[in-house]
Write a protein that binds this ligand. Structure first.
Ligand code: 7TS
Length: 406
């Protein structure tokens, strides 16, 4: 993988921040966009902009072809059976909420259980809390080991015959834990439950095969995988989606509207009320082409090298605490002794290094880690070992700077 050539595709990386060449280590929050994506969105607005699924005019046909073409690219990218199973949404949050509103509220009753883990992003906690409150179901947590993983024995222990929904993240956005989805899906199915996967940190970084994982729902965001903001995907098994009611009602999603009753379009459109995110979907299609050209296997291998290199070098820093397991995705969450992570991120920013500090939308996990906040460096296909060297240098400066204070 030629990282230098890849970096040239990302114009934003070629700039100075606070007098230093930018080192962008916040791709878990959102990834940068390659020219191919920027140009696809630009070309759509310059040449093809029109509403979809309506008119017979040429621009409308072109826009529809591109929008539906993007859906087919997503289908292939995740190996779904059919484009009926690929619903365009605003992102992971909307995708999970769609399942929590439509599937959960229709299928849960008092005494049923929803099983999640303490490492979930708020987007995969709150929709289930709300669904539990609305239906009388109970929310249960699979316990975590000290290193931020869970065991399959604990999964078997937590999921019971009363469990109706299991919702687990593919990859933790804080710990970098990669969860054994296929095995958890098997246990969920043995107990008659459906499994919802939060793929926000999975789909951008590794080959996704929804058939192989046998998950019932898989949610992800375009903006974390080189695509635009405002577009995401809900994959769902056709048999399940067919029985589900739409969440949003209005234009685009109907078949016939009578005065007092209406019928819905077939899948996937019944879940896409209103004018869809046309430019976003086209941009996501271009992002998928870009990622396929580089090769997901190459991206995963490159990120693995970066994660190993980062762990090895960050560990050499005195007074650093690193959270999460040894074997992890390409992100490292840490704290420096006696330095607030916001101060760490501020000093790093002065050095041109962008990391995220805060609770990472995972407050229950912060409580579990017994910290208020952490700093996090996250890597993607355009990052290099030199970026990590700059991070380490910046952290040594942070320690020097705050060394006098404490
Ligand atoms: N799930 C996980 C695991 C995430 O990491 C995120 C976003 C979401 C869901 C929500 O995605 P959205 O596109 O709907 O907002 N994670 C982060 C992060 O780690 N830092 O900023 C956003």
């Amino acid at each position: 993988m030629d990282v230098k050539a890849i970096r040239q595709q990302f114009p934003i990386l070629d700039q100075e921040v606070n007098g230093h060449p930018l080192v962008y280590l916040d791709s878990s929050a959102t990834s940068q966009k390659p020219l191919q994506v920027i140009e696809a969105v630009d070309a759509y607005y310059r040449q093809d902009n029109s509403n979809v699924h309506r008119g017979v005019h040429t621009l409308g046909t072109r826009a529809t072809d591109k929008y539906e073409g993007a859906r087919e690219k997503v289908r292939r990218f995740i190996n779904a059976k059919s484009t009926a199973e690929v619903i365009f949404t605003r992102g992971t949050t909307t995708s999970i909420n769609t399942v929590a509103y439509s599937y959960a509220r229709a299928n849960l009753k008092a005494g049923d259980e929803i099983v999640i883990t303490p490492m979930e992003h708020h987007s995969n906690i709150i929709p289930w809390q709300q669904a539990a409150k609305a239906t009388g179901a109970t929310l249960k947590y699979i316990p975590l080991q000290d290193n931020g993983t869970f065991t399959l024995d604990d999964v078997r222990e937590t999921i019971t015959g009363n469990t109706k929904i299991v919702a687990v993240t593919h990859v933790s956005n804080v710990l970098g834990t990669v969860n054994p989805i296929k095995e958890v899906a098997q246990i969920a199915h043995q107990n008659g439950a459906v499994i919802v996967i939060d793929g926000a940190q999975g789909a951008p970084h590794m080959k996704i095969d929804v058939k192989e994982m046998d998950c019932d729902f898989y949610a992800f965001s375009g903006h974390k995988m080189c695509g635009p903001t405002g577009i995401g995907v809900l994959y769902g098994k056709k048999e399940l989606l067919e029985d589900m009611e739409p969440v949003e009602f209005g234009g685009e999603m109907i078949d016939f509207v009578n005065l007092y009753d209406s019928t819905w379009k077939e899948l996937p459109w019944k879940f896409e009320g209103g004018t869809p995110i046309i430019a976003g979907a086209i941009g996501l299609g271009a992002a998928i082409d870009f990622l396929n050209d580089v090769g997901l296997e190459n991206i995963t291998a490159h990120e693995q090298r970066l994660a190993d290199y980062a762990l090895e070098n960050l560990r050499k820093i005195d007074g650093i605490s690193i959270y999460g397991p040894e074997k992890r995705a390409a992100l490292v969450t840490f704290n420096l002794d006696d330095v607030h992570p916001h101060d760490t991120a501020t000093v790093l920013d002065a050095e041109g290094v962008a990391v995220r500090a805060g609770h990472h939308c995972a407050q229950p996990l912060m409580k579990w880690l017994d910290v208020v906040a952490t700093a996090r460096a996250s890597f993607y296909l355009y990052n290099t070992e030199e970026d990590i060297d700059r991070l380490v240098d910046g952290l040594l400066k942070t320690k020097e700077y705050f060394g006098d204070v404490f």
